[in-house]
Design a protein around this ligand. Structure first.
Ligand SMILES: C[S@@+](CC[C@H](N)C(=O)[O-])C[C@H]1O[C@@H](n2cnc3c(N)ncnc32)[C@H](O)[C@@H]1O
Length: 254
């Protein structure tokens, strides 16, 4: 199996199945199920506050997946989110669940004019991208004059990892710092994902319920098995401390 096929199983097929399951279970399940890898609601709130999100602001969510984080920002902070996501079925899933504007595009070449967003974030995406410098350059380019850029990045804490999900390219903290500097982005604030509280039990229960429905319907499908293995692998790397999630608030320099 190629990296692209494994990523499609994890981020495209699973997105479509997630939307189907939410439709079966009810909209109350939508946001928890559609936050795929973006950490806890507390971490998202921290980032949203640091990005100074306000009603009416245009927020770009780059690599938006099924759209849970963008919807959370819209509902809690009143922003007008725009989603960019390369996987077509993930775009369709977010549109179906939340009806927010979405473009099918990779973050390395965003179809937006320069400086049009009031805030930009990209959550759990950098490690899935081959040309990471291009993604950072594009986030910087589309951010408006007073916009901040938020990242959730999964970082490698060891020189080598014993195993790695297909298509993932984890930087270590020094590599990330060098890449940010080269991209003209300065760290204003940072936080460790592990320091935020776990989601409330009802949030976790809603996400788990959706997972159960997907497994019941598709558990014997090879694509579910691949996606599940990928998710378990990243979960193991995090729980063993080999990979760690970091939130960053970035400002443009120069
Ligand atoms: C771990 S998921 C996170 C999804 C979402 N940000 C969230 O937190 O729920 C990573 C996302 O990055 C997307 N992605 C993969 N390659 C990308 C690229 N080149 N540009 C932008 N997004 C990409 C994947 O399709 C997937 O939806």
């Amino acid at each position: 199996m190629t990296d692209a096929e494994a990523m499609a199983d994890e981020f495209d097929t699973m997105a479509a199945w997630t939307a189907d399951a939410v439709v079966e279970l009810g909209q109350g399940h939508a946001i928890p199920a559609a936050c795929r890898g973006s950490g806890s609601p507390a971490a998202l709130e921290w980032l949203a506050t640091r990005l100074r999100l306000r009603p009416g602001m245009r927020l770009l969510d780059c690599g938006a997946g099924v759209g849970g984080p963008a919807e959370l920002a819209a509902q809690r902070f009143g922003v007008a989110p725009v989603l960019a996501e390369p996987m077509i079925y993930a775009c369709r899933a977010s549109a179906r669940l939340f009806g927010r504007p979405v473009v099918a595009a990779g973050g390395e070449e965003l179809p937006f004019a320069s400086g049009v967003f009031d805030a930009v974030w990209s959550l759990g995406v950098l490690c899935t991208v081959t040309d990471q410098a291009a993604l950072l350059a594009e986030l910087r380019r589309v951010a408006g004059p007073s916009a901040l850029v938020g990242l959730l990045v999964f970082l490698r804490t060891r020189p080598q990892l014993p195993e790695q999900p297909e298509g993932n390219h984890f930087l270590d903290a020094d590599e990330l710092d060098r890449m940010l500097t080269a991209s003209g982005l300065a760290v204003v604030e940072r936080a460790e994902l592990a320091d935020f509280p776990a989601p409330e039990p009802d949030w976790q229960a809603a996400a788990d319920r959706v997972e159960e429905v997907i497994e019941r319907r598709h558990g014997s499908d090879q694509r579910w098995q691949t996606a599940h293995q990928q998710e378990q692998l990243i979960g193991r790397l995090i729980s063993d401390g080999l990979v760690t999630g970091r939130l960053l608030v970035l400002d443009r320099v120069g």
